[in-house]
Design a protein around this ligand. Sequence first.
Ligand code: C2E
Ligand code: CA
Ligand code: CA
Length: 330
Amino acid sequence: FSYENMSLDIELTIGVSKLHDQEKVDRVIRRAQVASKEASLRRLKVLHYHNKLGQDPELTGIIMSKLKLALDEGWLELAFQPQINTSNGDLFGVEALVRWNDGELGWIPPDVFVPIAEQCRLITPLTAFVVRETCAFYRRFNDNTGQEIAISINLSARNLSDEFLIQEVSSIIEEYQVPPRLVTFEVTETAIIGDIEKSRAALEDLLDLGVKMALDDFGTGYSSLVYLKELPFTELKIDKGFLVKDDKAQHNASLVEAAVLLGKTLKMEVIAEGVESLEMAEQLAGYGCEICQGFYFARPMSEAKFAVWYEGYDNKRNIIGKKHEITYET
Ligand code: C2E
Ligand code: CA
Ligand code: CA
């Protein structure tokens, strides 16, 4: 509608929350507000509140204080998920994923506590912890096996605007003698939204260390192409959401093919995540995407489990032919 010569386009988001017996109404309203805020963030019209940890402001408070303790006491752990080069079956690298098993609350997923850490600035020590542990992991792995593998670490939006962190990261990488060319930092598009110039400067500071930068969850946002053009990413990580098998499988397949081509055209390394079946891996190989990460190859594992997995790893099993090219030849 129009207001003082301005044309306003108003959108409505609705959060829905059910009143259970004997419950206080203000609590139900608060949950509905949480759902509506989330709906607005996710650009949905209606969202039903679901009892996921972290969405409830009360639990957010509990998690914040527990997380501080968990960081101070060293209760967080890392899991490492292999990334496989399907052209030769070799282990290409690992992505480090943070894990937290709380004595009272049990396993709390990173999707829940990382955003909370971002809200209360615990994200700086959290990221420093992950970088240090991953570099230490690399050092032990390289000392034990003599092999060089790539390591990928997730960064949050706030990390990008933190100069101190970038310095710390640089000294940790040096301390553990990890060749910077083997380190990739993954950032999602949502970390970039906002000030593109500032993000570019932060990315360039990191690239100056000699590391690589990946655009994570590619395809989930809505203006990725602009970011690809404007920002100096060296890797593209195709989101697992593309690879789901449903009635849109064919449609998704075309998008994946286009995304791989886009990355390759821009001379970026393309990695697919969420690869859950041989079929998917074959399809990706056919499109020219050889680096795959997903449950089909291995789940994220503790360092001890990873060592056992690596010990028994037979790369020949994971050489995946370029099916499409073979079809053309015959
Ligand atoms: P992400 O960076 O997209 O990480 C990949 C997620 O996909 C991981 O979930 C992994 O366990 C899961 N995954 C791997 N293979 C498959 C598969 O074949 N199928 C399916 N369905 N899922 C698969 P996880 O570990 O729960 O992490 C969730 C998110 O939390 C990550 O998404 C990342 O955004 C964030 N996160 C995790 N660790 C860190 C960290 O150390 N720092 C920061 N800033 N964020 C982190
Ligand atoms: Ca990631
Ligand atoms: Ca991802």
